[in-house]
Design a protein around this ligand. Structure first.
Ligand code: SF4
Length: 490
């Protein structure tokens, strides 16, 4: 999972790009980058670390230009070096820089095709370099062949359509096309979010595209709407965005955004992340009530599960307590690449509050159980702090299948639920009892209550149904091999 920003206005944009990256820092803590265009020259930087670290030694004054893009990285296929950080640039046609959030399922075949058939060099393991070269190749052939009706705007949109035809997987993209403007597009399945907003800027408007609405709102933008699956938008300097639907939409937003990734103050595709998390807690409370197991207190495993735990406690008429305090300077354990780094992170990340735990029957609420190592260590810590019983509820159903769309769980052996029954998991993590969210309850919770029909989401890591239709055992094995070959990502 990564985060992207794109901005265009009547004045310099670099300050807002760096500021907005801070609001989507939770989507990637490994590297950050940005690029601007001043009408003649691209200026680009990519560095390892958090946004503040990555830009600490940059002279932002050199990033001239009224259009730019930014990126925070969370590595999946790439090996994690700065050579795989985004944005990427090509010089022909026009000059293009690009960044994305997502993951290609046909990364390697496409890279081979680009290199062997089209003599395009792809030097990194980062899939946006492939998307960029596919787009550039499509654009070049349209301009050369004259199939773009001599109109560069048509050619740019048609090149996005060609990119949709060739690139499989998930990708929400922002790009600067020299001499033409800021381009944004979202794959036909809309697996990753992308939204845009605007605010007054001199005589006109400043537009910003972002992975999450929280970045727009925090910088004073009025949210206009989400970019639609299969839609491309081009914003030329001083003009209104032009939108075209370049592929049929088959919307399957990643449901894990609501469980774990997104910030609770974000709206994604018209759904409040915060409200969805409350409803996830309500659904858990109903199932917990059916079991009749008594607890004294409900404690969230910070931070993503907090709204669900609050609502669960409210519905069960049990006290909600902050029994685990988070050291805010360690980072999110799931998002820290590499298992060893995760283990280190967990030990330092949480501290138990004895007053809220000692002698109590504790119900812990977590957003999900992936490998089980976090849950096991937390439960043991709560027992060591004197809990009489430790129960666990998970906002997410069991995770059993690799994610091939950009979340760092792309090998089967990463899931405790792929080899153990629910009772086996309960025993392995050392809980007195374990409650998982039901699939139907989760979908209902993530569907706005005023909609009659449950939304369609990607839930492939839970049910094994990959919405892009191109993921079979061979693709899974190839992606797993690529992931393992990339080695530890720190
Ligand atoms: S497989 Fe899971 S984590 Fe990956 S995009 Fe789908 S729902 Fe999200």
């Amino acid at each position: 999972m990564c985060g992207v920003i794109g901005a265009i206005g009547n004045g310099p944009v670099i300050g807002e790009i760096v500021d907005s990256l801070l609001f989507i820092q939770h989507r990637g803590q490994d590297a950050a980058g940005a690029a601007t265009f001043d009408g003649t020259t691209f200026r680009l930087t990519r560095r390892m670390g958090l946004v503040r670290e990555a830009f600490a030694n940059e002279d932002l004054g050199r990033f001239k230009g009224n259009m730019g893009i930014g990126h925070v990285r969370y590595p999946t296929i790439g090996g994690g070096g700065v050579e795989d950080a985004q944005p990427f640039q090509v010089n022909s046609p026009f000059g293009i820089v690009m960044a994305h959030n997502g993951n290609l399922t046909n990364f390697k075949p496409l890279r081979d095709e680009l290199q062997l058939q089209h003599r395009r060099h792809v030097g990194s393991n980062c899939d946006v370099e492939v998307i960029l070269n596919v787009f550039a190749h499509e654009l070049e052939s349209l301009i050369t062949d004259g199939d773009g009706d001599g109109d560069a705007t048509d050619a740019i949109f048609d090149a996005v359509a060609g990119t949709f035809r060739r690139c499989r997987g998930s990708y929400s993209v922002v790009a600067l096309v020299a001499g033409h403007g800021l381009l944004a597009f979202r794959d036909p399945y809309g697996i990753k979010p992308l939204i845009y907003g605007r605010k007054p800027d001199g005589d006109g408007w400043r537009y910003m595209f972002a992975s999450e609405s929280c970045a727009l709102v925090s910088l004073g933008y009025e949210v206009v709407r989400d970019v639609l699956p299969g839609e491309a938008m081009l914003v030329r300097p001083g003009e209104e965005p032009e939108s075209r639907q370049m592929a049929e939409s088959n919307h399957h937003l990643c449901i894990f955004e609501f469980i774990y990734f997104a910030r609770p103050d974000s709206m994604i595709d018209g759904i409040s992340v915060y409200k969805a998390r409350l409803r996830l807690g309500e659904a858990l409370a109903r199932r917990w009530g059916d079991r009749g197991t008594e607890v004294d207190t409900v404690i969230p495993v910070p931070d993503s599960s907090r709204p669900a735990a609050q609502q669960m406690a409210f519905a069960l008429k049990r006290p909600f307590r902050e029994g685990l305090l988070k050291n805010r300077y360690i980072g999110r354990t799931f998002i820290m690449p590499g298992n060893e780094a995760r283990r280190r992170g967990i030990r330092f990340k949480l501290s138990p509050v004895r007053l809220e735990i000692d002698g109590k029957r504790v119900l812990l609420v977590d957003d999900s159980i992936v490998r089980g190592n976090t849950a096991e260590q937390i439960i043991q810590m709560v027992r060591d702090t004197g809990a009489a019983e430790v129960h666990m509820a998970s906002s997410c159903p069991p995770l059993r299948h690799p994610c091939v769309y950009g979340v760092d769980m792309s090998t089967k052996n990463e899931f405790i639920a792929s080899e153990k029954s629910e009772d086996g998991i309960r025993d392995a993590i050392g809980a007195d009892s374990l409650l998982y969210q039901e699939h139907a309850d989760m979908v209902q919770a993530c569907t706005p209550p005023d909609e009659d029909t449950p939304r369609q989401f990607c839930m492939a890591c839970m049910d094994g149904r990959y919405p892009t239709g191109d993921v079979d055992d061979e693709v899974l094995s190839r992606i797993e091999a690529e992931r393992l070959a990339a080695g530890p990502t720190v």
